[in-house]
Design a protein around this ligand. Structure first.
Ligand code: ARG
Length: 309
């Protein structure tokens, strides 16, 4: 095993490395979405969930997000839960209308470094446990090789965030994902994994408080992390742009998607937007209010994958 293929758990060790020490990987330029036809807010599994979803409005917001993504991404692919239900036939899976959070595709899997495969999630809540069955079926149809979920809880790209262009994975844990999952993933993915402990269940996934912008810069909300986790981020990123806590919590300002220097994110975060623009990023805002009622925004609604050969 190479030195970098393992869990790197100290900032001292990270400080002794530079980003270029981590092997390069192709960028993941396909964006997967899940059609919101069954999206709703029927239970509460995170502190943001509440209120009644206007499903028509949600559908319009998602359509606009899709249009914006299609303008910026080379390849956008949509999993339609109704179509996947048909191809699952009479396999014993709960119907998609009983899985209102399925639209948050970031939690279903993460791509392998080469982008040709995915590792499925092991959802930590019983409410969402069946969603990856749909994702598996769809990903196989799309030509991805699908690896089984880790045995420990692991909520996909919601908690495991790839460092841009490098075989370096940031692994959030402490609320949903179990750190044991990252031991397994470092081995299986042939990548370095840096665990980051989250301390506040309002930031229940890493993608609510960390958004890498480039190999050297990231948008963060530092209050979500333990001091040790903050040190690890500071050891690797030269520039950390801070999103104020109120914008990160009320508007999910960090939960965006980055496409070639453009940050696509929800609305209602003027300070964060100003800081990103001052740092040279283009920011495109799309309304995601209906999805905020379930605790998700642009980041959770998208999953970056490679493009299968
Ligand atoms: N209601 C969903 C949950 O609690 C929201 C998922 C948000 N996803 C994310 N990647 N942050 O699981």
């Amino acid at each position: 095993m190479q030195d970098w293929q393992r869990v790197l758990d100290t900032s001292e060790r990270l400080r002794s490395l530079s980003v270029a020490d981590f092997p390069a990987r192709p960028s993941h330029s396909t964006v997967a979405l899940v059609h919101p036809r069954f999206f709703d807010r029927t239970y509460v599994i995170n502190p943001h969930m509440g209120g009644r979803v206007d499903r028509e409005q949600a559908r319009e917001q998602w359509d606009r997000l899709r249009t914006v993504l299609e303008r910026h991404a080379a390849d956008v692919r949509v999993l339609d839960p109704a179509a996947v239900e048909e191809s699952l036939g009479d396999r014993d899976v709960p119907p998609p209308e009983t899985q209102p959070d399925m639209v948050f595709v970031a939690n279903h899997a993460i791509p392998t470094p080469d982008g040709q495969g995915v590792v499925l999630a092991q959802m930590s809540t019983p409410e969402r446990a069946s969603e990856p069955v749909y994702f598996r079926e769809w990903a196989e149809q799309q030509g991805y090789s699908v690896g089984p979920a880790p045995t420990a809880a692991f909520e996909g790209a919601g908690d495991a965030v790839w460092h841009p262009s490098r075989r370096l994975l940031w692994g959030g844990h402490g609320v949903r994902s179990d750190p044991a999952a990252y031991d397994e993933l470092a081995e299986r993915l042939g990548a370095a994994v840096v665990p980051l402990e989250l301390t506040d269940d309002r930031y229940f996934h890493l993608d609510l408080c960390l958004l890498p912008l480039s190999e050297t810069a990231a948008l963060v909300q530092p209050g979500a992390f333990t001091p040790a986790a903050r040190n690890k981020l500071e050891a690797v990123f030269e520039t950390l742009i801070e999103a104020p806590a109120d914008e990160a919590l009320d508007s999910f300002a960090v939960n965006g998607a980055v496409m070639d220097g453009t940050v696509i994110a929800g609305t209602g975060a003027p300070v964060t937007t100003g800081r990103l623009e001052a740092a040279g990023y283009d920011v495109v805002n799309v309304e995601t209010d209906e999805f905020l009622k379930a605790g998700g925004s642009v980041g959770c609604l998208t999953l970056r994958l490679g493009t299968p050969d």
